[in-house]
Design a protein around this ligand. Structure first.
Ligand SMILES: NC(=O)c1ccc[n+]([C@@H]2O[C@H](COP(=O)([O-])OP(=O)(O)OC[C@H]3O[C@@H](n4cnc5c(N)ncnc54)[C@H](O)[C@@H]3O)[C@@H](O)[C@H]2O)c1
Length: 350
């Protein structure tokens, strides 16, 4: 075999290397820096190609492709959502993604994105809440204490300074896992026996449960005035977390309305129900929270631009580190049109 040429190589970040990268930066700093990348990209929203993600649904879950481009870089993520996986010892959500150069079409980075999705989801939620949550918010309820939950808590701590948590999950073992992971990090934590108990006194309510159905994690009477709801778990057709009455009295903020109308809490509402895309708040063309009594809702489903920002951030942070492997991903014949010749010469060299 010939020596591998530089053009054949794409940096690959394994789960192991992603963990090294995140820990070398520090989880909270990573979340803060990542949220600035996401906010930067939301502020230049019109420059991006946008499409609702391409979803392949099955009885047990969904597999999705999430592409976008800003004209210079192209990114996509492969991600699944299978609520039943957790009971079989697997992740509900796994992901990987690619960043590519639009000029040549050549991939520049291939990376795990299971951890990166949890980090970018927390960073996006907290970035949205920084603009929408009531001033001085210091207590958050987290309903659903699975894989995403600690990342939500850490992002809200790093970006909004929220360190009082009220945790609830239908499975007490999940809550205990979440409490055990977060307690040493300076959080004040109340373990709750119901969703109702969890939301008492909370300024922010995060729902991040996984269930393949129209669930009712929050009913209208559980949501007091002035609260910010960060609804993360309802992200597929037929998979929601909030009672419809809450939506009707909330100011609703979304990532990309055409996708959220298919996948988000607002699939329960008429197709013309008014919503604000978050980028409009960031660029000043739409108001954020208008009064202390208003209920604000970030109906999060996860959008491709957040993954693009995460890929961009990881690419920048990898420079000068050893947290990647060189993957021989691209064919690079000596003469570009002699792909066949490269194959045949390889046979002779074996
Ligand atoms: N919006 C986004 O960008 C985004 C990104 C990633 C994941 N998600 C979604 O977030 C959800 C959580 O993901 P995860 O990886 O943490 O899943 P997970 O399976 O690890 O955890 C989900 C938890 O929810 C709990 N739960 C289920 N029904 C409940 C109920 N009625 N009340 C209280 N708790 C309940 C389960 O016991 C479990 O502990 C999933 O639905 C996933 O699709 C959204």
């Amino acid at each position: 075999m010939n020596a591998i040429s530089a053009l054949a190589i794409v940096p690959f970040v394994s789960v192991d290397n992603m963990m090294r990268l995140v820990l070398s930066i520090g989880i909270e700093r990573f979340l803060v820096e990542l949220s600035t990348y996401i906010e930067e990209d939301f502020r230049r929203w019109p420059t991006f190609d946008k499409t609702p993600r391409v979803a392949s649904h099955s009885v047990d879950g969904v597999i999705e492709l999430m592409p976008t481009s800003d004209g210079a870089l192209y990114g996509f993520k492969y991600v699944n959502g299978h609520p039943k996986n957790m009971r079989e010892g697997k992740q509900t959500v796994t992901a990987f993604g690619v960043l590519a150069d639009v000029g040549s079409g050549y991939p520049m980075l291939l990376t795990e994105m299971t951890l990166l999705t949890a980090l970018r989801t927390g960073a996006t939620s907290a970035m949205a809440a920084r603009h929408l949550a009531p001033k001085g918010a210091n207590t958050m309820a987290i309903i659903g204490n699975g894989a995403q939950s600690e990342f939500q808590a850490l992002a809200f701590a790093a970006i909004l300074g929220i360190r009082n948590l009220r945790l609830y999950d239908i499975d007490p073992a999940a809550t205990e896992k979440c409490r055990r992971n977060l307690a040493p990090l300076g959080f004040s934590i109340k373990v709750c026996r119901s969703g109702q108990e969890a939301v008492e006194g909370a300024d922010v309510i995060t729902t991040v449960t996984a269930d393949k159905q129209y669930a009712t994690i929050l009913t209208d009477n559980m949501v007091g005035s002035g609260v910010h709801i960060n609804a993360v778990g309802g992200d597929c057709p037929g998979k929601t977390e909030l009672h419809r009455d809450i939506l009707k009295r909330s100011s609703i903020f979304v990532e990309y309305a055409p996708q959220t109308r298919i996948e988000g809490e607002i699939q329960q509402l008429a197709a013309d129900h008014p919503v604000t895309e978050l980028w409009e708040v960031l660029d000043g063309s739409a108001p954020a929270r208008k009064s202390p009594d208003e209920v604000t809702l970030f109906d999060s489903v996860g959008f491709a631009i957040e993954d693009f920002s995460a890929l961009r951030y990881v690419r920048d942070k990898l420079a000068g580190t050893s947290f990647y492997q060189e993957l021989d991903l691209l064919a690079d014949p000596d003469e570009p049109r002699d792909l066949y010749g490269m194959l045949v010469r390889a046979e002779m060299a074996i």
